[in-house]
Design a protein around this ligand. Structure first.
Ligand SMILES: [Zn+2]
Ligand SMILES: [Zn+2]
Length: 339
């Protein structure tokens, strides 16, 4: 909550909804037919490649149809196997064994949908229009100052924010979104948005992974990894007990379907387990994937303070998710919006 207040204050945002309304009012008063509902392409707010559904409750990227492919690849083989082999599992291992992968698939679907359909922490655009800054019409609070390029004093790089403890934070300026972005925030080139604590853009979920949906993303990959492990264990036990029953060898008894499921789930399970371990390590280091890539390139650690693994887990998984910075209810999908 405190971090959200600091971000709001330093971005000169007291209330994102109020700012958006104020900008909208300016736009309509400049329009010759102000007051009338009509579509315009030159809006002060442009939401990149973002798709909005259900009155702003669902926010995802414009490639949301990729989710269908993800669902088919992840759950197709397992659901098909359960549907065709459930009686076999029921007779050899017990009826309840069929429910383990089904429950895991349902749980991970919920986490996947939450990760794919949540606003990852997109910052509102045009909170610091470059034109206004160049004309000296943009006012900064007393604890903030603009930073210019050393060799080209005309070129503004960002601003320095003096925090209450006396330390100074650099906020880089995003030329696309026209805003000062806080530390740990990056611009996603796929969604064309600046995202708080940007981790990466996930093509499988067709959404950015950032401050607001990182929890769901980690639970999703851990859930799918568990689903794959459960499938490997169930199929192995099934074939093992059947081969004992019929007094044959494991590899001779296993049917083609068993091998296909074993191969797919083993490969997917290993990949997802590695990914889960990677993200648990990133939580331990208090770093995002974007920061790890940057620190790997420069050799420097981008995070100065690390409260420790348990404190980081508590912040990511237990604390309430910060409020959205944009009132998506007011916008339509894409760059058009109603004024
Ligand atoms: Zn940006
Ligand atoms: Zn993205």
């Amino acid at each position: 909550m405190v971090e959200a207040i600091i971000v709001h204050k330093a971005m000169n945002i007291v209330d994102p909804v109020r700012i958006e309304k104020a900008t909208k009012t300016t736009a309509s008063s400049n329009h010759p037919q102000s007051g009338k509902k009509q579509r315009t392409r030159k809006e002060p707010f442009h939401h990149g490649r973002t798709s909005i559904f259900c009155n702003g409750k669902v926010v995802t990227s414009s490639d949301y149809w990729w989710l269908i492919g993800t669902a088919l690849v992840l759950y197709g083989p397992i659901v098909l196997y359960i549907c065709t082999q459930s009686m076999r599992v029921h007779e050899v291992l017990g009826w309840w064994v069929n429910f383990i992968p089904l429950l895991l698939a349902m749980g991970t679907s919920v986490f996947g949908i939450l990760a794919a359909c949540s606003d990852p922490g997109i910052l509102p655009r045009h909170t610091a229009p470059r034109e206004a800054i160049e004309r000296n019409e943009f006012e900064l609070p007393p604890n903030e100052s603009l930073v210019y390029h050393e060799l080209n004093p005309e070129f503004m790089l960002g601003k320095n924010v003096r925090l209450p403890d006396g330390s100074v934070q650099f906020w880089k300026y995003c030329n696309t979104c026209e805003l000062f972005r806080p530390p740990r925030c990056s611009h996603c080139s796929f969604c064309d948005n600046c995202v708080l604590e940007f981790d990466h853009h996930c093509p499988w979920l067709s959404n950015c992974v950032g401050r607001r949906n990182y929890r769901w993303f980690v639970l999703f990959i851990a859930g799918v990894a568990s689903l794959c492990v459960s499938a490997v264990v169930i199929v192995s036990l099934l074939v093992h007990f059947e081969s004992k029953l019929f007094n044959t060898k494991f590899h001779l008894h296993a049917k083609p379907w068993d091998w296909i499921v074993l191969m797919i789930t083993s490969a997917a399970g290993l990949t997802l387990l590695s990914l889960t371990v990677y993200h648990l390590n990133a939580i331990r280091l208090n770093q995002t994937t974007a920061e790890q890539v940057k620190s790997g390139r420069s050799g420097a650690n981008s995070v100065s303070k690390n409260p420790g693994f348990m404190a980081n887990c508590h912040r990511i998984f237990c604390l309430p998710i910060p409020k959205r910075m944009i009132n998506w209810k007011q916008y339509k999908t894409g760059s058009d919006n109603i004024v």
